[in-house]
Design a binder for this molecule. Structure first.
Ligand code: PLP
Length: 407
C-alpha cells in the first residue's frame, strides 16, 4: 500500500479506480496485509505454537472468515450468529471458542450440539446452566473459566475488560471455588483457564501483571489446564506514532509460565490481524468554509465508521491523489449526519482539497464494518477484498429499497 505517481494503491490497484467503480463510501481490504499480519503474529509466538482464534467481532465478513480458516486460524465467537457464521465459513468446530458474559440457553445448547472446542464461562450461573443442558443432552462438555485478574490494561475505559469493576470474568477468590466445583462435575470437563484484559493494548506491563495472576491461580489450584486462553487485545499504531506492543517480549513471558505447565496457548486476536488491512474510501461532498476552520463534508458517516464518535479514536485520513499544495487553515473531516459527534478528524494543515475529491480513512479493518449500522436509514457500504491486484466484491452495498421493504 503506497503512492505511485501520486495515486494511492491498495495491493497494486489505484484507490481512485475502486472509488469510481464501486461508489463510495467503500470498505477495501488488502489480503496481502492480512497474510503479513498473521505471519508476523505467528512468527512472534513461534516458540509457543499457539492456536490462533480470530475474534470474529472485529470483522465478520464470510469471505474474510473463509480466508482466516484457510490460513489455519480458528475463531473466537461471542454470539450464536458469529458461531453459525464461523461454521458456515468453513472454520472447524474444534478450533472455535465461545466467549461472553451473557450466553443464553439457546446459544449454549447450539454450541454444545456443535461440539466446539471450548465454552469459556464467565460466572457460576453460566456454569450451572451449561451443566443443566449437558445433563439433558447426556454429554460431557468442555469448558473454560474466564479470570478477572483485576488488571488495568491502560487502554480506553470502553474497551477495558480486566478490572474488578468490569462485568467480565470471575474474580480470583470465586474462581478458586468454581474450579473445585468443576473438578467434581459429572457433565463438565474443565479444560481451560481464560483471560482477556481489553483491547488496543500497546504497553507490555498490563500483560505481565495479568500473567502473574494467572500463574498464582495455576499454582494454588495445581490443576493441569489443557489450554490457557490469553484472549486478544494487541494494539495497532493508529496514530503513526510508531508505538508497538513488543510481541516477542510477551511471548518470552508466556514461555516462563509454560515451563511448569504444558498447556496449549490460545490467542483471540482481532484488531492486530486485520485492523491496518482496511481502508474506508469516501468522497468529499461539500466544503463548507467556517470562521476558524473549514468543514470537509464526506459521504462516509458515523453509521459507516463509529469508532471516532464512540471512542474519540483517531484514524489517519490520506488523499487518494496526492498534491504538493499545502493549505494551512484548520480543517475538520465530518460526516453528513445530524450529530456533532459525526466527525472523523481535525488537522491544522492539509493538502489542498476540493469537492468530489476522494480520501481514505485508514486502519478500519477491525471494528469498522462490524460496528456499522443503518442509522438515519443509511445503507451499509460495500466491501471489497484485493488479492494480488484481483478485486473481489465480498459484500454488496445495501439496497435502500430493500431496507425500506424490511422496515
Ligand atoms: N477476545 C475477547 C473475549 C474479546 O472481548 C475481544 C474484543 O473485545 C477480543 C478477543 C479481540 O480483541 P482485539 O481485537 O483487541 O484483539
Amino acid at each position: 500500500m503506497k503512492y505511485k505517481l501520486n495515486d494511492f494503491l491498495i495491493d497494486g490497484v489505484k484507490a481512485k479506480i475502486l472509488a469510481k467503480k464501486y461508489s463510495t463510501p467503500l470498505y477495501c481490504y488488502s489480503l496481502s496485509k492480512i497474510k503479513e499480519n498473521i505471519k508476523n503474529f505467528q512468527k512472534s509466538f513461534k516458540s509457543i505454537d499457539p492456536l490462533v482464534c480470530f475474534a470474529v467481532k472485529a470483522n465478520p465478513n464470510k469471505v474474510i472468515l473463509r480466508q482466516m480458516g484457510k490460513l489455519g486460524l480458528g475463531a473466537d465467537v461471542v454470539s450464536i450468529g458469529e458461531l453459525m457464521n464461523a461454521l458456515k465459513s468453513g472454520i472447524k468446530p474444534n478450533k472455535i471458542v465461545f466467549s461472553g458474559v451473557g450466553k443464553t440457553s439457546y446459544e449454549l445448547t447450539h454450541a454444545i450440539k456443535k461440539n466446539i472446542l471450548l465454552i469459556n464461562a464467565e460466572s457460576k450461573s453460566e456454569i450451572l446452566e451449561i451443566e443443566r443442558i449437558a445433563k439433558i443432552k447426556k454429554k460431557k462438555v468442555n469448558v473454560g473459566v474466564r479470570l478477572n485478574p483485576n488488571t488495568d490494561a491502560k487502554t480506553l475505559s470502553q474497551i477495558s475488560t480486566g478490572k474488578k469493576e468490569n462485568k467480565f470474568g470471575i474474580p480470583e477468590k470465586e474462581l478458586l471455588n468454581i474450579i473445585i466445583y468443576l473438578k467434581n462435575s459429572k457433565y463438565l470437563n474443565l479444560k481451560c483457564l481464560s483471560v482477556h484484559i481489553g483491547s488496543q493494548i500497546l504497553d507490555h506491563a498490563p500483560y505481565e501483571k495479568m500473567l502473574k495472576v494467572l500463574k498464582k491461580i495455576i499454582n494454588k489450584t495445581k490443576f493441569k489446564f489443557e489450554y490457557i486462553d490469553l484472549g486478544g487485545g494487541m494494539g495497532i499504531d493508529y496514530e503513526n506514532k510508531s508505538k508497538r506492543l513488543n510481541l516477542n517480549r510477551y511471548s518470552k513471558s508466556i514461555k516462563k509460565i509454560l515451563i511448569k505447565n504444558k498447556s496449549k496457548i490460545i490467542f483471540e486476536p482481532g484488531r492486530s490481524i486485520i485492523g491496518n488491512a482496511g481502508f474506508l474510501i469516501s468522497k468529499v461532498i461539500y466544503i463548507k468554509e467556517g470562521h476558524k476552520k473549514d468543514f470537509i463534508i464526506l459521504d462516509a458517516a458515523m453509521n459507516d465508521l463509529i469508532r471516532p464518535a464512540l471512542y474519540g479514536s483517531k484514524h489517519s485520513i490520506i488523499p487518494v491523489r496526492k498534491n504538493k499544495k499545502i493549505k494551512k487553515k484548520e480543517i475538520e473531516f465530518v460526516g453528513p449526519i445530524c450529530e456533532s459527534a459525526d466527525k472523523f478528524l481535525n488537522l491544522k494543515k492539509y493538502q489542498a482539497i476540493k469537492e468530489n475529491d476522494f480520501i481514505l480513512i485508514s486502519d478500519v479493518g477491525a471494528y469498522g464494518m462490524s460496528l456499522a449500522s443503518n442509522y438515519c436509514f443509511r445503507p451499509k457500504p460495500a466491501e471489497i477484498l484485493i488479492d494480488k491486484s484481483i478485486i473481489k466484491l465480498i459484500r454488496k452495498k445495501e439496497n435502500i429499497k430493500k431496507l425500506i421493504l424490511n422496515n
